[in-house]
Design a binder for this molecule. Sequence first.
Ligand SMILES: *Cc1c(COP(=O)(O)O)cnc(C)c1O
Length: 368
Amino acid sequence: MAIARETVLEIDLRALEHNYHYLRSKLKSETKFLAVVKAFAYGSDAEKIAQKMQGLGVDYFGVAYAKEGVALRNAGITKPILVLHPQPVNFDTLIERCLEPSIYSPNILKQFLNIAKKHNQKDYPIHLKFNTGLNRLGFWENDVDFIIAKLKESNAVKVASVFSHLAASEDLSEEEFTRKQINTFQKIVTEVDKKLGYSPFKHLLNTSGIINYAQGQYDMVRSGIGLYGYGNDTIIDSQLKPIATLKTIISQIHKIEPGESVGYNRAYSSTDYRTTATLPIGHADGIGRQYGNGKAYFLVHGKKAPIIGNVCMDMTMIDITGIDCKEGDEVLVFGPELSAHQFAGSANTISYELLTGISQRVRRELVD
Ligand SMILES: *Cc1c(COP(=O)(O)O)cnc(C)c1O
C-alpha cells in the first residue's frame, strides 16, 4: 500500500475476497449469498465492492434505499438487488431499474401493487418482510391472510422471498430470544407457503447470525459487516480482514509550553512541555467530537498518539510527545493494526457507525 500524502480511505479488495470466502465456508454449498452494500458499502465504495462481489459470484445485493440501487445499476450490476426500506415516492424508479422491494406493511403492499399494475407488470418480484421481534419494520404474523388475499387479486407481483431480521444475533446472552425469533419465522414461512400455493425462498441471518445460528440458514443469508472485516466477536474478528484503512498525515507540528491550550474552547490545557501534530481530518470527515479529549488515539509509526482537545471540522490535534516523526509523515486512524471496532468502542459506539460515517470528502483508494 502506498504511503498516504493526504487523508485517504484505502479499500482492500483482496481482504473483501478473503472475508467472502470465510463467510461462505460457514454455509451449506447451496445457500445463496446476499451482499449488503447499503450506505456506500458501509462507508467504503458500493460500486467497486459490488462489481468485485458480482465477479466472485454473489447471488443478490441488498441496499436500503432506491437511490442506492440505481447507483449499482448505473455501475453495471446485473444481479438482483433487494431494496430493504423503499419509500412509495420511488416505486416507479424501482420498477424502471429492476429493483426488488422489501414489502413490509399493508400500506406498502397496496401502494406497490398499484404501481406494478400501472406499469403492466406480471410476476414482478417482491420480498415479504416479517417482524419477528426486532419491532422495527415488517408485517406481523396476523397480516398473512390480508397479504394472501391482496396478492390473489392480480398477477402483477410474485413473492420471490420471505424474510425477517434478528435483533441480537451477536449477543449470546440473548440466545433464547433469538431462538424464539427463528421459531416464529419458521411458523410464518410454513403458513405463507401453504396459503400462497408456491414456495418463495427464505432468509433470516445477518453476519452474526451466520456465525452463531446455523439452524436459521434457510435458502440465503444477508451479510454486510462481515464482508468488511468485522464479526462482532474477537475470535471471528481474528479470522476476518478489515477492508478499510483510514490514513492521514501530519500537516504541522507544534511545541506547547506549560499553561498553553490547544484547540477550540481551550478544551486541552497543558501542564508541561508537549509536542502536538495537526492533521487534515475532522468531524466533517467522520471522526466525531466524541473521539476528542483523549477518548481515542491514532497510531504514528505504530505508537499511540491520543487526540487532544476538541475535534474540529477539518482538523484534529494529537499528542506526539516522545514519538519520532516529522511533518508529512503518515498517521493511521483505523485499519488492520487498529481496528475500527476498537476505535469506535473508545467512544462507546460501534464499527458500523464509524465506518458508515466516513464522509464522501475522504478520497477512496482501491487496492486489488
Ligand atoms: C443491514 C442489514 C443486514 C446486514 O447486517 P450485518 O450485521 O452488517 O451483516 C442484513 N439484513 C438487514 C435487513 C439489514 O438491514
